[in-house]
Design a protein around this ligand. Structure first.
Ligand code: NAP
Ligand code: GLV
Ligand code: GLV
Length: 323
């Protein structure tokens, strides 16, 4: 019976599947295990179920040792994992694609409305006991019907956001991706453009690329300079895709109307981050996929990945090929 370490408490569905087959330890601290504790806990494990905040690198793989067969990330993003290093050692890596698409797309749409309609200063106004009258000129925001939506990264979540806003709000959709997305292109009358054009033409820009070398810092000073002054920027992908100092300057100088972020760099955002001060920047603590349904399905997929890898089969949602 192999050993499995689960680095945080997750829904029981996946845990029960693992418990019926393996000796399972679940870290149930309020905070993640400190790095040295994590490395000690995974020693001799056949499988590890990791969070997006756990770095899976050579030191991690060394600490687990040669019995390690698979690492299942409890996330679709896997920028925390050195997949090549794992492949070299014959360790399978898997993620949880698809089952969190709707939850995350809903979060992006919610952020668009919240940022565009000034929910953050409005809520602050109520909670800080400043609400006196019905004010015709306070908290005026933007409308979305018929406006242009720019999706950066037309993958699963990008197309789910585009679908909601095209059919729901009648938005015109343009997008960037390294490849043409013919099916969504036809269904949503969405046109693929270059990033420069997207930034110049969009009223709402929503980021959905994975984080990798060519998307780190993709949205920086030059890119903010191209945006419309009333543009709204939404990021539910990864914080590192935006140059955050450039975002602060752009918001302070009203180069754009507002931003809605579910992800930041780093996470959590430091207490003295200037982003926290800005009424035009609404920030969520990375809750994109935080629905009962998505998290339950993610736990099952991650368990299926580990069961397969430890049993010597390919992971059903695998990211690498190992023999
Ligand atoms: P996906 O289907 O793989 O979509 C990513 C898309 O980005 C792909 O279609 C890819 O298309 C495109 N892309 C990659 N590099 C690009 C570039 N340089 N320029 C433009 N487009 C590029 O993944 P997904 O399931 O939609 O998830 C997307 C990301 O969202 C994840 O990687 C994760 O980091 C993040 N996420 C966050 C949350 C949250 O809680 N906030 C939840 C889930 C996911 P091409 O290959 O054709 O370029
Ligand atoms: C969340 O950020 C994920 O990548 O699943
Ligand atoms: C607002 O509450 C309105 O009735 O217009």
């Amino acid at each position: 019976m192999g050993k499995v370490f689960v680095t945080r408490s997750i829904p029981q569905d996946g845990i029960s599947m693992l418990q019926s087959r393996f000796e399972v330890e679940v870290w149930d601290g309020c905070d993640p295990p400190p790095r040295d504790v994590l490395l000690a806990k995974i020693s001799g494990c056949s499988g590890v179920l990791t969070m997006l905040s756990d770095r899976v690198d050579n030191a991690f793989l060394d600490a687990a040792g040669s019995v390690l067969k698979g690492v299942a990330n409890f996330a679709v993003g896997f920028n925390n994992i050195d997949v090549d290093a794992a492949t070299e050692r014959g360790v399978a890596i898997g993620n949880t694609p698809g089952v969190l698409t709707d939850a995350t797309a809903d979060t992006a749409v919610g952020l668009m409305i919240a940022a565009g309609r000034c929910f953050l200063p409005a809520v602050r106004n109520v909670s800080e006991l400043q609400w006196r009258n019905w004010e015709p000129m306070m908290f005026l925001g933007q409308e979305f019907r018929g406006k242009t939506l720019g999706i950066v990264g037309m993958g699963r979540i990008g197309s789910a956001v585009a679908e909601r806003l095209h059919f729901g709000w009648g938005m015109k959709v343009i997008y960037t991706s390294r490849t043409d997305k013919e099916e969504v292109g036809q269904r949503l009358a969405a046109k693929r453009v270059d990033l420069e054009t997207l930034l110049q033409e969009s009223d709402v820009i929503s980021l959905h690329t994975s984080l990798q070398k060519d998307t780190r810092g993709l949205i920086g000073r030059a890119q903010f300079g191209l945006m419309k002054p009333n543009a709204i920027l939404i990021n539910t992908a990864r914080g590192e895709i935006i140059d955050q100092d450039a975002l602060v300057d752009a918001l302070k100088s009203r180069r754009l109307f507002a931003a809605g972020l579910d992800v930041t760099d780093p996470e959590p955002l430091p207490s003295d981050s200037p982003l926290r001060e800005l009424d035009s920047c609404i920030i969520l603590p990375h809750i994109g996929s935080a629905t009962f349904q998505a998290r339950s399905r993610m736990s099952i997929m991650a368990a299926e990945n580990l069961i397969a890898a430890i049993g010597g089969s390919p992971m059903p949602y695998g990211l690498n090929r190992v023999s």
